[in-house]
Design a protein around this ligand. Structure first.
Ligand SMILES: NC(=O)c1ccc[n+]([C@@H]2O[C@H](COP(=O)([O-])OP(=O)(O)OC[C@H]3O[C@@H](n4cnc5c(N)ncnc54)[C@H](O)[C@@H]3O)[C@@H](O)[C@H]2O)c1
Length: 373
């Protein structure tokens, strides 16, 4: 029936309708008067037609990202890539069986097919941690994967616009990817936002307000045990946190809860979180595609003499938009800035470990591999 209507409209040579059908997909009903009848069609423009590659698409975060990207209407052209064929094949089948209008999906285990022509990439393609593990325990294996991922970007899609790295330890896998890919620093970000949304959730529950009434609840530095949790910019329903009579003990508990937020999900669900990382990473790419700006802290490359942070990827006050990621200087109390310094030093240690392992060259030689850094 629907196909018939479409045919009728197109054959009527109505350029308007032809334009609608070539540019929009069907999702929301609107009424159009046509041949004295009201025809209900549902339209929504995809934000872009560019190729989006989801790496690790056979896994939990990856499969949720494919679905989120289609539901948010990012692009119809999505390639699902994974090294595990049955997994990625199964996700592809499920997505096809959702029957998203206009979707043009493919799946592959071949990096050349996946990456060629890619304009946007999100990667969760790496091992997740299990109960009792820290994100740092994944360093060696996942950074080797990141090096290969970066090499594939350089080889098959040097014109990619933006890449989001999720797999842990995300600051270090993202740094490895950046060095190997040859991309500019503003083209690559890592997912760090969940630490901030966990802090926001805890404060909203503490004061019994809706979650989005808590603003400025941010963590900076590493996305690991050493993250720096900032309180001084937080407002609860417009009122500074400092005026909310939160005891020191309670604040320490909330901080601890924030740092342990990921482990808590593993305890509750028996596996690493996947819905919140999938949603937030897709929102980061949506921003890079020119959609709504992403203003939660993202991990980005920092090499800034004034700040004293050099040659690391870390969470900063950031905005992602069509021009990539941009950071500003974090502001906080002396104690918060000291926490950030500690977090930075921890990131430097992990960076030095991957240099020692030979996964990336020594800092003075990065420029030979990536002239943009
Ligand atoms: N940054 C964050 O906030 C955040 C939050 C949660 C999880 N994570 C991390 O995301 C990663 C993925 O988690 P998950 O729950 O989806 O795990 P998962 O095991 O469900 O999925 C990972 C997928 O990656 C694939 N994969 C492994 N190596 C690959 C490679 N070289 N190339 C392509 N694909 C490859 C696997 O086959 C698997 O399908 C983990 O490292 C996890 O720690 C990060």
């Amino acid at each position: 029936m629907f196909f018939k209507i479409k045919q009728q409209i197109i054959s009527s040579k109505s350029t308007l309708y032809l334009w609608i059908f070539t540019n929009f997909v069907v999702v929301k009903p609107i009424g159009i008067r046509f041949l004295n009848k009201t025809i209900f069609i549902t339209i929504m423009k995809y934000l872009s037609n560019d190729k989006l590659v989801i790496v690790g698409a056979g896994g939990m975060i990856g499969s949720n990202m494919v679905q989120s990207a289609l539901m948010l209407g990012l692009t119809p052209n999505i390639c699902l890539y994974d090294i595990f064929e049955p997994g990625v094949h199964g996700v592809y089948d499920e997505m096809a069986q959702c029957a998203f209008p206009g979707a043009n999906l493919c799946y592959t285990t071949d990096p050349e097919k996946a990456f060629t022509g890619a304009k946007y990439i999100i990667s969760s393609g790496g091992a997740p941690r299990k109960e009792g593990m820290t994100r740092e325990d994944l360093l060696k294996g996942n950074c080797k994967i990141a090096a290969e991922f970066g090499d594939n970007i350089k080889k098959y899609c040097p014109n990619v616009e933006h890449v989001v790295v999720i797999f842990n330890p995300a600051d270090v896998t993202a740094l490895t990817t950046l060095i190997h890919s040859g991309l500019k620093p503003n083209q690559l970000t890592s997912l760090a936002a969940l630490d901030s949304t966990r802090l926001q959730q805890a404060l909203a529950e503490e004061f019994g307000v809706q979650q989005d009434k808590v603003t400025g609840a941010h963590t900076y530095g590493g996305h690991g045990e050493q993250m720096a949790v900032f309180a001084s910019q937080v407002k609860v329903d417009g009122k500074p946190l400092a005026e909310m009579n939160l005891s020191e003990t309670r604040w320490e508990e909330i901080k601890h809860h924030t740092v342990q937020g990921g482990s808590n999900i593993i305890k509750l669900r028996g596996r690493s979180s996947f819905q919140s990382p999938a949603y937030n990473a897709v929102k980061m790419i949506e921003a890079a595609m020119g959609g709504e700006k992403f203003t939660l802290p993202a991990g980005c490359y920092v090499c800034n003499d004034k700040l004293g942070f050099k040659n690391v990827m870390m969470a900063m006050p950031t905005t992602i938009d069509k021009t990539g990621v941009h950071f500003t200087e974090p502001t906080g109390t002396k104690e918060e800035m000291d926490g950030l310094q500690k977090s930075y030093e921890h990131l430097c240690k992990m960076r030095d470990e991957i240099v020692e392992l030979g996964i990336v060259p020594s800092v003075d030689k990065w420029n030979e591999m990536n002239p943009n850094i």
